[in-house]
Ligand binder design. Structure first.
Ligand SMILES: NC(=O)C1=CN([C@@H]2O[C@H](COP(=O)(O)OP(=O)(O)OC[C@H]3O[C@@H](n4cnc5c(N)ncnc54)[C@H](OP(=O)(O)O)[C@@H]3O)[C@@H](O)[C@H]2O)C=CC1
Ligand SMILES: Nc1nc2c(ncn2[C@@H]2O[C@H](COP(=O)(O)O)[C@@H](O)[C@H]2O)c(=O)[nH]1
Length: 487
């Protein structure tokens, strides 16, 4: 496999995503649907997108929703193992095609239903009685209704029900014929899930990320402090599909020791069960970092120091590396070792994902952009102007450090509290056009599919080979930004 070419000779300084553009090449890929976006990271999820292990973002709803569309979420290292176990079980019990409904019982109050409905982007709640769907609720059903009224007084009972063997395209057509937005999926009178029109279209375009038993995939993170072996054993027993060994400075001795311990436990587990779970480790940004982590057991390297939206590392320390160059160099070094990289952080537009993949990333990890969605873990809040948002925070912020050290003594907590390299509170607004994570996945993947066709690539391996990258000035970048009003 070759790698990305520069239009002119590459500069001697490092570049980030905004510094570069891709030039189109002659292509025989005539449809964007002909592009296969399967990750080249060796894990092989059908979509090369990973949700970052951040407490404000990645939980079971996020994991399930993203895996149904082919990506994978990493449950954070700060979540206790018993809670991770419950989350993994819930993800693996989720239907691989139909959405998990928000459900209430007939005696639930309107207030309870209103508090739950925004947890998922599909915007409805199913009223369930003994496993049977007896009603459907949409936000407009709550208008001018007392919050203490019971949902059975306002629910609709004339909804469309289809069996779970209905093809998604047939679900779409049935919804179209009945002028409806959502169908309830049930077998033998028992609720299975729901499907919206958009969900039906998505089910025909995306493939779910599945484990060997045909269940949705989910990853989990291990920090380098504490009982690394115990945590690894617990995550493997819980059936995490990927282990992510993660710390700010991945190229340090404690990381190498932790990684060796994780590998040891993983290998014991593999010889006992026949299941070899891949290990992702980071973060690094240099060839020597890649080589040391590969030597200690990493299958995939997580690349990125300081590009994250919640990150203050570069301002605090002056350390980091512009992300496009970091990914390019680390991907090349990893490839030479038969390994791959995840490009972690700094993604703000679909183009950034495309450029990371062109630079050779197997998958791209996204955190903050997904914070402002219905599926992130935070509670939905509304600002004084009525705009919905979620609160997010960095994993090295004083807030996260306080949480991580909650079981330490006061002195240790005070010492740890001196170091912070992240933002403790930020507002991530829900984009009214794309309030759900799947809306963002559509936005990103349509951009990346299109990028691949401009390069004449049908797969991400070909994209990495064929992409031609140029360096642009800040006005070159500015020229590419659309205007929403006249100049
Ligand atoms: N990608 C990035 O640029 C960054 C990502 N993060 C994310 O934040 C989360 C928390 O990471 P982390 O702070 O490592 O938390 P951890 O709780 O895992 O602590 C890391 C350990 O490494 C030691 N350490 C040595 N040098 C450093 C250093 N420069 N920065 C941090 N720790 C160091 C610390 O010891 P002692 O406290 O005694 O120094 C501590 O015991 C992770 O998810 C990480 O990915 C954080 C910062 C940057
Ligand atoms: N320096 C810090 N980096 C952080 C912190 N919390 C998370 N991160 C890193 O950012 C990415 C996600 O990047 P994003 O731009 O998509 O938000 C994440 O995977 C971590 O590597 C932090 O507090 N400080």
């Amino acid at each position: 496999m070759g790698h990305v070419r520069f239009l002119t000779s590459p500069p001697t300084f490092d570049l980030t995503y905004s510094d570069v553009f891709m030039a189109p090449s002659r292509s025989n890929v005539t449809s964007r649907f002909d592009v296969d976006l399967t990750s080249t990271d060796g894990i092989g999820t059908p979509l090369p997108l990973v949700v970052a292990n951040m407490t404000a973002i990645s939980g079971r709803r996020m994991a399930e929703t993203v895996a149904r569309r082919g990506g994978i979420a990493v449950l954070p290292q700060d979540i206790p193992t018993d809670q991770i176990d419950r989350s993994i079980r819930r993800v693996k019990a989720s239907h691989t095609v139909f959405d998990t409904p928000v459900h209430v019982v007939p005696g639930s109050t309107v207030g309870q239903a209103m508090g739950l409905i925004h947890k998922r982007a599909h915007g409805v709640a199913v009223v369930v009685d003994g496993g049977r769907a007896v009603g459907l609720l949409e936000p407009q059903d709550f208008a001018e209704v007392d919050r203490f009224a019971q949902v059975q007084e306002v629910m609709r009972s004339d909804f469309l029900t289809l069996p779970s063997d209905t093809d998604p395209k047939a679900v779409f057509e049935a919804l179209e014929n009945h002028h409806l937005d959502v169908a309830v999926i049930a077998d033998d009178d028992q609720l299975v899930g729901i499907m919206t029109r958009k969900g039906a279209v998505r089910a025909t375009i995306y493939q779910p990320a599945l484990d060997a038993a045909g269940r949705l995939m989910v990853a989990a993170a291990v920090g380098i402090s504490g009982d690394v072996e115990g945590r690894t054993r617990a995550l493997l027993t819980s059936e995490a599909d990927v282990l992510v060994v993660d710390t700010a400075h991945g190229h340090q001795d404690r990381m190498l020791e932790a990684l060796q311990a994780v590998r040891r436990v993983r290998d014991e587990f593999a010889s006992r069960t026949g299941v070899r779970v891949p290990i992702v480790a980071g973060n690094v940004v240099t060839t020597s970092g890649v080589l040391d982590l590969v030597g200690a057991g990493a299958d995939v390297l997580k690349v990125g120091v300081g590009p994250g939206a919640m990150c203050t590392t570069r301002m605090q320390t002056g350390v980091g590396r512009p992300q496009f160059s970091a990914v390019l160099e680390c991907a090349e070094a990893a490839r030479a070792e038969g390994k791959a990289v995840w490009a972690d952080g700094g993604v703000r537009h679909p183009r950034d994902v495309a450029l990371a993949l062109a630079a050779g990333a197997g998958s791209v990890m996204i955190g903050s952009w997904f914070a402002g969605t219905h599926e992130s873990t935070g509670e939905l809040q509304v600002d004084p102007q009525g705009r919905p948002y979620k609160e997010s925070f960095g994993m090295a912020s004083s807030r996260a450090v306080r949480n991580r050290t909650r079981d330490s003594d006061a002195y240790a907590r005070a010492r740890a509290g001196l170091f912070e390299e992240g933002i403790s509170s930020s507002r991530m607004y829900l984009d009214p056009r794309r309030p759900g994570v799947e809306d963002l996945l559509d936005f990103i993947t349509s951009g990346v599919r299109s990028s691949c066709t401009y390069a004449g690539a049908r797969t991400l391996a070909q994209f990495n080979e064929r992409a031609v990258v140029g360096v642009q000035s800040s006005s070159g970048y500015e020229e590419g930004r659309p205007l929403d009003s006249s100049w």
